[in-house]
Write a protein that binds this ligand. Sequence first.
Ligand code: SF4
Length: 398
Amino acid sequence: MSDWQKELAIYTKNLNKASQDENLTRALTRAVKSYRQNVDTALCQYPHTPNLAEEVRAIKEYSMAHNKELLEKAMQAIESNHGHAFYAEDRQAALQIVKDIVGKGKIIVKGKSMLGEELGLREALQEEGNEVWETDLGEFILQLKKDRPMHILAPSIHVPREQVAEIFSKFFQKEIPADITEEVSVVRDFLREKYFTADVGISGANVVAADTGQIVIIENEGNVRLCTGVPPVHIAIVGIEKLVPTFQDAMKVAEVTWRYANYGAPGYVNIISGPSKTGDIEKVITYGAHGPKEFYVIFVNNGRSAMLGDENYRQALHCLRCGGCMYECPVFQITAGHYGRTYLSGIGSVWTAFIEGKESAAPMLYTCLRCGRCVERCPMKINVPDMVGRLRSEVVSD
Ligand code: SF4
């Protein structure tokens, strides 16, 4: 059996096993119901959202067509804000830049980032002898469980409170009851100390304004605020598809993202332009006030320009990672992230084809039912079934 056949056998086995897992079905049924209710309520409360989504589609189309020039502009703006901007062509280059900034033997607190998962960032930094902590609660659970995310927004959707209690009791070496408030509280206490002793904070970004160089990060837990505001160094890793022309465009993208990601209004929207600074003494601007002294943004390509260059697949880069399509996908509803690798479900199969190669994406491409329910939900109206059909023909003819 070739490596590819072995991988396919494992994928199929996991998919079948997941579809018969009653806990998973229960968790997903509840999640789907609450997602639909929350988004319906939010769309009634903020009825301008579908029109705004249309505007965002136009912004994304423009941004993809002008990606190179937006990248240059954003990098210049970040430098003029006293940050440092880098461009990484691929995974290896991106990891090398982060490693060079971080060094060895450091404490790192990290916010949730799909690009971080794509790059294997935590593992790469740990291999350099660094202590790295995921600070998103779901990601923290998965870090301890040595598991991977099963949803892009709710990574530990498959882990019930009883299992969380077991994992935490083992890690914290004391009895933690299967009580969600207590579980949250014990992580809060543990990570609080890490934020204030960390050398470096790492985050992703939901969108970047090229004109001002500002990065925007949406969150609810407050962990990103601490990761990006407390340690002396902040590194943001960003896919080049996140660039839009102006700050106003970025705000539109952010609002549509959080609305379709289940929120009327998220807990926090972080907007970061550069290192912290003060001019309070004699109006002399000094960098490194209360927040980070150093700010780095690394723009990562890693297969995105191939998507950008192909008109059949360019629309996949419009994805806001709101996760809405996954809740509508009939396969994802019973298998969760087992229908995926780093990127999940139908849209994830297209991303996988470009990030990891068509061979890796093939099992996912043939899992898709091409029913089109994802397109109905998607604020960007990304035609996943069409792209999956095209990629299937390419996989067969290659
Ligand atoms: S494909 Fe559409 S619905 Fe799915 S995560 Fe991306 S933007 Fe959201």
